[in-house]
Every structure is written in C-alpha cells, then in structure tokens.
Design a protein around this ligand. Structure first.
Ligand code: HBI
Length: 97
C-alpha cells in the first residue's frame, strides 16, 4: 500500500506530541535542532538513531556540528510528511534523553 501523506489535522495532532519540532512547509517536513553536552554525546545519539532508522527503513536528513544535530524528517516516497516521520521523531525524543 502506498504511503499516505498526513493531512493538516493529522500533522497538527502529531506536532502536539513532538516538543520542539516545527513544520517546514517548503518540504512538508518536520525539523528540530538537538543539542548535547559534547560531540561524543551527539554522535552517540546519531549512532542509536541510525540503527533505529535502518530497522524501520526510514532515514533522517541531518547535519551535525560538534554537539548540535539538525534533523529534518520527511518521506521521500510520498514527497511529504508521513506517519513514519512521526514515528522516527518519537524514537529520537526517547533517545535524546
Ligand atoms: N527514508 N526519509 C525516508 N523516506 C523514504 O521514502 C525512504 C527512506 N528510507 C528508505 C526508503 N524510503 C526505502 O523504502 C526506499 O524507498 C529507498
């Protein structure tokens, strides 16, 4: 079954569960900047997320500099936000501590 984009109501509902995440309308994506105590903590976060992303077959677009990780989640297969992005964001929230 093709992955469906979230509608406005579903997206708004999802964002109420995702502290610090914002909608990026130009990509129909959600974004967040995570900050950690140092690079090792940031890298550890990315390593754990990477394993979860691989398991889910759903991968972030992200940028890391030192203790900062900028994350953008969108679903390439439907060119917009899907439930897979919300699920991965929730995993990230759990791993970020
Ligand atoms: N990750 N964010 C994101 N969006 C996708 O559509 C996607 C992915 N990881 C793997 C994946 N799709 C596979 O299903 C293939 O489409 C590459």
């Amino acid at each position: 079954m093709a992955l469906q984009k979230l509608n406005h109501a579903e997206r708004a509902e999802a964002l109420t569960q995702l502290p610090g995440w914002t909608h990026e309308p130009t990509r129909d994506a959600i974004t967040k900047t995570f900050r950690f105590k140092d690079f090792a903590a940031a890298w550890g976060f990315m390593s754990q997320v990477a394993l979860a992303a691989e398991k889910a077959d759903h991968h972030p677009e992200w940028f890391n500099v030192y203790n900062r990780v900028d994350v953008l989640l969108t679903t390439h297969d439907c060119d917009g936000l899907s439930k897979r992005d919300v699920a991965l964001a929730l995993v990230m929230e759990g791993l970020a501590g």
